[in-house]
Ligand binder design. Structure first.
Ligand code: MEV
Length: 321
């Protein structure tokens, strides 16, 4: 028997950083996925392999330790944490494939966490629903990162465009948002924990200036929701540009991120902004037209990925042979 699960990556359209202070946010699942397959091991060892990400490791699920045979360890901690919480430690073989580039800001860790948990539940025949899965995935992320909003794991579980309200209720914006966009990402990874702490320090030392910016970001997200529901692409673009300026004011932009944002706008993106924590990491440029021009210009300096939102969230099954 083999348990198989997959989950999409995500991108934040509005509300990063302000969501930490209770403001609403909107994020969407993208059409790039992580796929996890789990089956019994036939040599008494728990092995994790990924040909796409080029790594292999032997895992000790009880001690959460591993021996790396090949590649970089990055994503392994999420898988080990998920196994430690929800697996009985019997030897298994885990295969991971993914076309979500690590460090692209597309939530590769959340997608891998959600897919690993769903495959584990299938493997052990544990009943679950999307809400319990998203909660468990959030616990895994928190325990690995120390800090995480529930947004990434919610989106990777449910798919579609998700509006997270001030009261932490979630609403799936049931709309076909089909406009393509470019994700531009630098090879310098942002450190989410550090960026969140930096913004908190700035806010604590300048409350009268920064608090209004954070609440403006909340208003902006709500206007973004209306624009999305009306499929008003030029308004969405305008709001993305304003959101970028506010994020810059919070100190999370870098020269590389700004370069990508301005190149994208120059080549015809209707809106471009940082997506995610900033300080390195990635931008999103909305391109109803000229997507190839935007992608080509950014790729002269940095990495790009052309993608779209998808309504498909987590999916899982068991295969008997
Ligand atoms: C990071 O993807 C988004 C932040 O708002 C942090 C969080 O929500 O956990 C910066």
């Amino acid at each position: 028997m083999q348990a198989i699960a997959s989950a999409p990556g995500k991108t934040i359209l509005f509300g990063e950083h302000s969501v930490v202070y209770g403001e609403p946010a909107i994020a969407g699942a993208v059409d790039k996925r992580a796929i996890v397959k789990i089956k019994n091991s036939n040599n008494n060892k728990t092995i994790l392999r990924s040909f796409d990400l080029n790594f292999e490791a032997e895992l000790n699920t009880q001690s959460k330790k591993y021996i790396l045979k090949r590649g970089k360890p990055g994503i392994i901690r999420y898988i080990l944490e998920a196994l430690n919480m929800f697996h009985d430690h019997s030897p298994i073989e885990i295969t991971l494939s993914s076309n979500i580039p690590i460090g692209s800001g597309l939530g590769s860790s959340a997608a891998v966490t959600v897919a690993t948990l769903a495959a584990l539940y299938r493997y052990h025949n544990i009943r679950f629903n999307k809400q319990s899965l998203a909660n468990d995935a959030h616990k895994v992320e928190e325990s690995v990162q120390g800090i995480a909003s529930p947004l990434d794991t919610l989106v990777c579980t449910y798919g579609g465009l998700i509006y997270l309200s001030r009261r932490k209720t979630i609403e799936n914006l049931r709309i076909n948002f089909n406009t393509p966009f470019v994700i531009g990402f630098t090879s310098k990874h942002g450190n989410t924990g550090k960026m969140v702490r930096d913004v908190r320090n700035l806010k604590d030392s300048n409350p009268k200036i920064i608090n209004p910016l954070i609440s403006a970001m909340g208003h902006l997200t709500n206007s973004g929701k209306v624009a999305i529901l009306n499929n008003n692409i030029s308004k969405i673009g305008e709001l993305m540009n304003i959101n970028h300026g506010l994020l810059d004011a919070l100190g999370v932009s870098t020269a590389e991120l700004s370069r990508m944002v301005y190149l994208a706008r120059k080549k015809g993106a209707v809106g471009a902004k940082i997506t995610g924590a900033g300080g390195g990491g990635s931008i999103i440029a909305l391109c109803p037209e000229n997507i190839n021009d935007v992608a080509e210009e950014i790729s002269k300096y940095d990495n790009i990925l052309k993608t779209r939102f998808t309504r498909k969230g987590v999916s899982s099954k068991v295969k008997w042979y």
